[in-house]
Design a protein around this ligand. Structure first.
Ligand code: DC
Length: 233
């Protein structure tokens, strides 16, 4: 059956494993994959490196807004691993943007309206040709409200904290406890769902995927089946 090129929007809380799922789906169907969380993380790293983040986590919104046009975020594919990596002003920052320093501040940056407007415009430009899988918090509601396929991924905060903690341990980071990760996850959920500017919420026409008790293979199959159903119509 002829498959039409569509936009696939995958939204949900942090550490639901949605990025891994989105990446796998994109690879299987030959679509580009865009991790919008990485874009907010890269802006956060810029703030840290340029003295725009105070010790208490407050972001200097005014100076950041003035400097937004100096921040270029791009993606490149690592030739060795085949994985997409995030670049901040031409420098690969894939590793730094995943550390706890950035994770602890990113919600404060992501709630700034000027930052969201700039990044949403870039994301919309990336989707002009369709054939993309984009994951984030507001993709199905704000960035592509007309996306043909919308998925809202959820899992309990405890399940997500365990996953995130295991990920950090696997990377050799033994300094962070499970309780600290759970606190970070819960706090980010609170900020992400209650912020005034495009809070995380399920689009009315999104399919919900609660993966608390699903294996990765089951989730991948669920997504692929949904894609075939929608793109084949
Ligand atoms: O998906 P993630 O954990 O890498 O996202 C990092 C932060 O960025 C998280 O606090 C939510 C925010 N974010 C957002 O507000 N909008 C998006 N489209 C993607 C991420």
């Amino acid at each position: 059956m002829e498959q039409k090129r569509i936009i696939i929007a995958i939204d949900g809380f942090s550490s639901t494993g949605k990025s891994t799922m989105a990446k796998t789906l994109a690879r299987r169907i030959g679509y580009a994959y865009i991790d919008t969380g990485a874009m907010y993380r890269a802006v956060t790293l810029y703030c840290i490196e340029n003295g725009l983040a105070a010790a208490d986590g407050t972001i200097d919104e005014q100076r950041l807004t003035q400097q937004l046009d100096k921040i270029s975020i791009t993606f490149g594919v690592n030739a060795e691993t085949g994985q997409s990596e995030t670049y901040l002003n031409g420098r690969c920052v894939e590793r730094e943007i995943r550390d706890m320093r950035v994770s602890g501040l990113v919600s404060n940056v992501a709630k700034i309206a000027a930052v969201r407007h700039a990044l949403v415009a870039q994301q919309q430009a990336m989707g002009k040709e369709k054939g993309i899988v984009m994951d984030g918090r507001d993709i199905g509601t704000v960035v592509f409200p007309d996306a043909e396929m919308k998925v809202y991924v959820t899992a309990s905060a405890e399940t997500r904290a365990h996953r995130r903690h295991d990920e950090l341990l696997a990377k050799g980071d033994t300094t962070v406890t499970y309780e600290e990760v759970l606190q970070n996850v819960t706090e980010r959920d609170r900020i992400d769902t209650t912020r005034a500017e495009s809070p995380l919420r399920r689009a009315d026409d999104a399919y919900t995927l609660d993966n608390s008790h699903m294996t990765i293979d089951e989730q991948n199959q669920w997504l692929l089946d949904l894609y075939h159903k929608i793109a084949g119509e």
